[in-house]
Write a protein that binds this ligand. Structure first.
Ligand SMILES: [Fe+2]
Length: 230
């Protein structure tokens, strides 16, 4: 599987284009609506057929490009069933497997940042959304977030993957592009370094984060798969 990483600077979002070099079948993880032309150009240049648009969760910080990309490419839009959106093509669940040419994409339900978060695991890499960031994690105070659940998700489903598995997060705010499971277990200041669940819950309770800037625009739009009313 080949991987191309894109960065959207306003929300510091990473989007990933995965494709099978033999079949040219592709999947796009967490597209941002303002970058649609960039993704379409990459798909055309590399002569890919977009099969899936995958959301790690219902985003609160940017509007998804899912609906627009689906109408251009005919790809199937996949999001976890707990998101309760009615505009998806596939409501995915824990342990589901999507096939991309010769490759498999394994769905890991990892609630905690939201109750509809999933990670996408392929051989050698995992796309962690906001469940696990490089030396951090997503907040747990909105969208049915729960610090205890996030701790369990990360420790039981992500930290049990092979240590060399590359971690591709949905965001980074310091210019870092990837990590590994081994590095996050060792270094992650919130979830690694042997932190207990109680310590993690305390850390998350004491973050005192401001109200998310774009949540009131992004969530309603993303519940419509990124269709914006005009
Ligand atoms: Fe998020």
């Amino acid at each position: 599987m080949l991987i191309q990483q894109f960065f959207e600077p306003i929300s510091s979002t990473y989007t990933y284009l995965l494709f099978c070099s033999a079949s040219r079948h592709a999947a796009l993880i967490d597209p941002v609506i303002s970058q649609t032309d960039v993704y379409i150009e990459a798909i055309k240049t590399q002569q890919l057929e977009l099969k899936y648009i995958l959301e790690t969760h219902l985003h609160a910080d940017h509007i998804t490009g899912a609906s627009e990309l689906r109408s251009i490419t005919g790809a199937q839009l996949c999001i976890h069933q707990n998101s309760h959106v009615t505009c998806a093509d596939v409501l995915i669940q824990d342990n589901d497997i999507l096939h991309l040419g010769q490759h498999q994409i394994y769905i890991l339900h990892t609630p905690g940042h939201t109750n509809a978060c999933v990670c996408f695991y392929i051989h050698g890499a995992v796309f962690t959304g906001d469940a696990l960031l490089i030396n951090g994690c997503g907040r747990t105070d909105f969208q049915q977030g729960c610090a205890a659940n996030l701790y369990d998700s990360v420790h039981n489903k992500l930290f049990t993957l092979p240590e060399e598995t590359v971690v591709y997060p949905a965001h980074d705010y310091h210019g870092l592009k990837a990590s590994t499971i081994g590095l996050e277990k060792k270094n992650n200041i919130r979830l690694g370094q042997g932190k207990t669940k109680a310590e993690f819950i305390t850390i998350m309770q004491q973050l005192n984060l401001p109200y998310p800037k774009l949540i009131d625009q992004a969530l309603p739009a993303n519940q419509q798969c990124g269709r914006i009313e005009v």
